[in-house]
Unconditional design. Structure first.
Length: 95
């Protein structure tokens, strides 16, 4: 089963957000403010891609914004590490 923040209309909404970002090269990452072209390639040399990020992390009803995949993964890793440090292994809200 998909996590709560990826159920329902998420896939369709995420596709709309990322497609709009790809269609406009001036789109800025919602986390760092850079365009996709300003981001360095991945560690494997591939170009960066757009992700759809929840404005409110983990909230399935949150609006989405375009963010560079590297920024999104970095923020997700930091959030996961903080949750582990605090002993919070899953969202506290019952979806």
């Amino acid at each position: 089963m998909k996590p709560a923040h990826r159920r329902g209309t998420y896939s369709a909404r995420a596709s709309q957000v990322t497609q709009a970002a790809y269609n406009d090269p001036e789109t800025r990452c919602g986390m760092c403010g850079q365009t996709l072209a300003d981001h360095p390639p991945t560690k494997t040399g591939k170009p960066q891609t757009w992700d759809a990020d929840h404005l409110r992390s983990g909230d399935p009803l949150s609006p989405l914004r375009p963010v560079a995949a590297s920024c999104n993964r970095s923020a997700g890793g930091a959030l996961g590490a903080e949750r582990q440090r605090l002993g919070i292994m899953r969202p506290t809200n019952p979806w």
